[in-house]
Design a protein around this ligand. Structure first.
Ligand SMILES: *Cc1c(COP(=O)(O)O)cnc(C)c1O
Length: 376
């Protein structure tokens, strides 16, 4: 691809941080792990941050630490990356999907209450595309019904709402650092919580079930190796020191796209929240309702033929084959999610994309939409 879909922003600062660790003897369980955790806890404004080797691992540990298991239900969204529902399946609990709001793409709080049953243990919301979910209303429902709240902020580092940072709204939240995210450690994630009990369990379970101060061969409970190495944490510290600059650069790219595409009545551009701050993760545009999934797929093909990285975003989780097999979901079950999934296009989006490249993408997309429309 001449213009990739995503690309990390790495400088001499990151290279030096990694080399410093390589020159020390602490490649894992060393000083960079607590240093990265403290810096992240302070940035987000939570008591505890626990580094793990992926966002998925973090979500899994949160579900386990909250004691969610067989016969339990967790209310969540089908418009997300697969991990936010899989983490519930990993503990043999049942994800109960609720459709989304067509403007925010986040779980629709008006539909949550009707999905609660005596088996419901938690609401797992996702800050989709870097936009905080309606945590005031979700929190109110959860408090009233005695449910835990899990925040998947894997796409939303730095997003703000109601004067608080994404990742700090629920009983526990989680960030992720794959290279397409706003900041990266290569692979990695971070659990965030104010709860001492959840933090202690997550710390133990990421490290083979060892309790704080226990020896290498002493295991208090079933655990995993979900540790993040000092190499990754050093990279994360360097990225975190630049986070506000990284977020500002992404916001500037989003502005460029709006300038180039804002006049098209065939496209719906991302809507920014009236209050708070969106943390730009991807630039996902949506074709008008008169376009079909086949039209969208033609446009994706045309962009790729011109060397432009792009993708649909997302595919509905409930229609993944193993969800269909396990739960019998079928097309039409979550119509808002499906309607949007059929019409989305994620465009190349990263800090170092040039104005000229944005213009190329916009021209190619405009052309492809025109061609598709003439065929209708
Ligand atoms: C990226 C992401 C994750 C975590 O992904 P990992 O690759 O496991 O770090 C989880 N949920 C959502 C919504 C994501 O976008």
């Amino acid at each position: 691809m001449k213009i990739p879909l995503a690309q990390p922003d790495l400088t001499w600062l990151e290279r030096k941080a990694v080399l410093d660790v390589l020159e020390s003897t602490f490649l894992s369980l060393g000083p960079k792990v607590p240093e990265f955790e403290r810096a992240m806890a302070q940035y987000i404004g939570v008591k505890h941050a626990i580094a793990v080797n992926s966002g998925t691992s973090g979500l899994h540990l949160i579900v386990r630490a909250l004691g969610i298991g067989r016969n339990d239900e967790v209310i969540t969204t089908p418009f997300s990356f697969i991990s936010s529902a899989n983490c519930v399946l990993m503990e043999s609990a049942r994800p109960v999907f609720v459709d989304i709001d067509p403007e925010t793409y986040n779980i629709d709080p008006d539909k949550v209450e009707a999905a609660i049953t005596p088996r419901t243990k938690a609401i797992l919301g996702v800050d989709v595309f870097g936009r905080c979910a309606e945590w005031d209303r979700i929190g109110e429902i959860a408090r009233r019904r005695g449910l835990a709240v899990i925040e998947d902020s894997c796409e939303a580092i730095g997003a703000e709402a109601f004067g608080k940072m994404a990742g700090s709204f629920g009983d526990a939240g989680c960030l992720a650092f794959y290279p397409n995210k706003q900041m990266t450690t290569g692979e990695g994630g971070m659990i965030l919580t104010d709860r001492d009990d959840v933090a202690a369990l997550c710390r133990s379970m990421r490290n083979q079930g060892r309790d704080e101060g226990q020896g290498w061969l002493e295991h208090a409970r079933l655990g995993f190796n979900y540790r993040l190495s000092d190499i990754h944490c050093a990279l994360g510290l360097a990225q975190l020191s630049r986070i506000e600059d990284l977020l500002a650069k992404r916001a500037a790219v989003a502005d460029l796209y709006r300038e180039r595409l804002g006049h098209l009545d065939t496209l719906l551009l991302p809507v920014t929240p009236r209050q708070g701050r969106l943390s730009w993760f991807v630039y996902v545009v949506r074709l008008a309702d008169r376009f079909t999934r086949a039209d969208r797929d033609c446009i994706l093909l045309a962009l790729r033929e011109n060397g432009i990285g792009c993708n649909k975003y997302f595919a509905p989780i409930h229609l993944q084959p193993f969800y269909v097999e396990l739960f019998g979901f079928k097309p039409g079950d979550f119509p808002v999610t499906e309607h949007i999934c059929e019409r989305t296009i994620a465009l190349p989006f990263f800090t170092t994309i040039t104005p000229d490249q944005v213009a190329q993408v916009a021209d190619c997309l405009t052309q492809a939409i025109c061609t598709t429309e003439r065929r209708q």
